[in-house]
Structures are given as C-alpha cells and as structure tokens.
Design a protein around this ligand. Structure first.
Ligand code: PLP
Length: 377
C-alpha cells in the first residue's frame, strides 16, 4: 500500500480531517470535455465497445501532434504512440516489459513512492539517486555513473517533482541523457506536472524536446492533473518503436484497451483549446503562496524549499527525534491534519512530510489553523 493511499484511508476514518495527503486536484473536468463525452454517449454507436489495444487511431494521431507541438519532435502515431489508462498503468506495463527479476531501475531519492513499489512489483530493485535538499533538491551528476551496473535497465525522472515540487535543471537532464545513452539505459519521463511551472516556466526543460535522445526515451503524459481527469484514467506514451510492440502486448494482456469513453474524453481534451490551464495554474499559484505563507508562520516546526512547480511542498520536520511516519500518524490523530510521511518517498525523505496544495484554500487554512493550535504559533 502506498503511503499516500494509506494516509488517505486513515484520514477517511477521522471525521472532519483536513487532508493535504493526496495530490487530487479540486478542479472539475473542463466542460468541453464533458460535453463531447455526453454527445458521444448519444451518437456514437461504438462508445461502449473495445478499442484496439494501442489506442484509438485518431487519439494516437492527436497525441503525436500534441507531442510535436510541445516538443517539436515528430513521432509516428502507429509506431511510437500508445494510449494508456494513465501514467500509473503505463509505467506498470513498461516495467513489466523492461524489468526481469533482479534488474535495477534508478529512481531519485526522494522520488514518487509508486515508482519504487512498481519496480519491486515487477521483480526489480530500485536504486536510489540522492537529491540534495541544500541544492534545491538537485542530484549530483557525478554520483550517477557509480549507480549503474550490469543489471541497470532504466532511470526514471519526474520534473517538476513529486514530492519536492522542484524543477530539475536542463544541465542535469542533458547530463543524465548523455550518461543513459552511453550505458544503453532507457530514460523514463513521467510527466503529470509540466503544465504547472508558475513563474519558473523558463527554467523548466522537457528532455523529450531533445530529438537526439528520442530513441532512448519513454515519455508518459497523463491527462489526470493538467485536465482534471484523474478518474477517467487516460494518458499517452511516446516511445521507441521496438518497445512499443512489447508494451502493446502487455497492455492487451492486462486490460485489452483503455476504456473507449476515456479515450473519447482525451481526444476532446486535445481537440479543444486548453483555456482552463491558465485558470488552473493561477489558482494553484495562489494556493502555493498561501501554503508558503502558512508554513512561514510555523517556522519553528517546518523548514522548506519553496516549490517551483507541480503542487507539492516537502518541508523538513525540525524535531529530528520523531520519524516522519510517527509524526504523520500523530498529526492525524491529535490535530486532525493529514500529510504523507516523507520516508515513503525514499531514504532521503525521512524527517520530511509531503503536503499537496491542490486542495481548496479552506482546507489549507483549516489544516494550518489546526497545526498552529497544536504546535503553538
Ligand atoms: C509522478 C506521478 N506519476 C504518476 C502519477 C499517476 O498518474 P495517473 O493518474 O496518470 O496514473 C502521479 C499522481 O499523483 C504522479 O505524481
């Protein structure tokens, strides 16, 4: 059980708990997408039927066009694109394809908790690449080569990061790509958050724009966050041709196809102007300012690096005598505030907690009012 879900389940048992645990945006799926699905339910006789395992051809075309628009890299819809039931399913499929028992995949430490579990679930071993808090959660590129061995298959990156909210520098990403290519490793880019970079959009670099590495990259985009479609379960994966052939087999064996209705929703998302994105980013930007201001008032409890993107902040708990799991459980039971223990995100996450600020302002305020009452302001 991922610590994020575990805390959310525990939280549901505490009446009125103010939860900052789950990165579930408060937004509604935009109306052009909902309207297109409503129309398709009435008019499309195939709406309730299977689709081909790789995805609806028109959605693969739209995804390839979107990928080219965002990265300038042209990929063939039939040879390089497959439609996933979200990045979680895409990654699980990918790990089943590339990981044999005992193989290794490099993950950042801290990194997204489910990556660690998914690699283990495929019989593999996550190898932690430390991010340094005092350098804005950047890794030390010199250390990477030392982590690569004969069993290393891939390295997985998320920027902006879950859980730190930090953006990896272009220099780091290019250096990783060079090292990965030299060692024959697949670079996996898990991208739920690149639309949320606030005033740091100039600093954000999508490694999928580097055409010279396209044959070494599996890029996974999810509609869950940027389009508020987490329950639809849909995304797309752009990858080398040989890999796609295997991915489609595993995808077929596990779920046959991404639900057609969700693919229709994703197509509508790509065909309509994403005017909602500015609103989403503005609202999240305001919530980021709010949570930082509230954290500043608890400077005797938490110390944090200002998040640059996504919608997480990963403060250090200054009381080092407590571990993050005990701290989070106590906070829930005694203050009715839910956070995710940092230790779940890797060894360097210990003594931190993750707070998701994609929830309503009232929830952020309630959580911090309670923490101020609990810890003293
Ligand atoms: C880094 C990362 N990858 C994947 C996911 C899951 O994405 P999806 O809803 O597309 O499965 C999340 C969700 O929080 C995430 O933060």
């Amino acid at each position: 059980m991922s610590a994020i879900k575990e805390m959310s389940i525990l939280s549901a048992r505490v009446p009125g708990a103010a939860s900052l645990a789950w990165g579930l945006p408060s937004f509604r799926t935009p109306s052009p997408i909902r309207d297109a699905v409503a129309r398709a339910l009435e008019t499309n006789p195939k709406i309730g039927m299977y689709a081909l395992p790789g995805g609806l051809p028109e959605l693969c075309v739209a995804a390839a066009q979107e990928h080219e628009r965002r990265t300038t890299v042209r990929r063939d819809p039939e040879r390089h694109i497959t439609i996933t039931a979200g990045n979680m399913q895409g990654l699980n499929t990918l790990f089943h394809v590339i990981v044999n028992p005992g193989d290794e995949v490099i993950v950042t430490d801290p990194g997204f908790v489910s990556h660690i579990n998914q690699i283990q679930f495929s019989g593999g071993r996550p190898v932690f690449w430390k991010l340094h808090e005092d350098r804005g959660w950047e890794p030390d590129i010199e250390q990477l080569a030392g982590l690569i061995g004969p069993r290393t298959k891939a390295i997985i990156l998320v920027t902006p990061s879950n859980p730190t909210g930090c953006i990896l520098s272009e220099a780091t990403l290019r250096a990783v790509a060079g090292i990965a290519r030299k060692n024959g490793l697949l670079i996996i880019l898990d991208d739920p958050y690149s639309h949320f970079t606030y005033e740091n959009s100039d600093r954000f670099f999508n490694l999928a724009t580097a055409a010279e590495y396209a044959d070494h990259i599996a890029y996974l985009f999810t509609f869950s966050k940027a389009y508020a479609m987490s329950g639809w379960r849909v995304g797309y994966m752009v990858m080398p041709e040989a890999l796609r052939a295997e991915i489609v087999k595993v995808h077929d064996l596990t779920m046959i196809c991404t639900p057609r209705i969700s693919q229709v929703a994703a197509l509508a998302a790509l065909e309509n102007e994403p005017t909602h994105l500015t609103d989403f980013e503005n609202i999240l930007g305001r919530r980021r300012a709010l949570i930082c201001e509230r954290l500043d008032r608890l400077a005797h409890v938490f110390q944090y690096a200002r998040p640059e993107g996504a919608y997480y902040v990963f403060p250090r708990v200054l009381d080092a005598t407590d571990n993050s799991t005990r701290f989070s459980h106590r906070l829930l039971q005694e203050a009715r505030v839910t956070v995710t223990p940092g230790a779940a995100f890797g060894p360097s996450g210990e003594h931190h907690v993750r707070m998701a600020y994609c929830v309503e302002d009232d929830t952020i305020n309630l959580a911090f009012d309670r923490m101020e009452a609990y810890f003293g302001s």
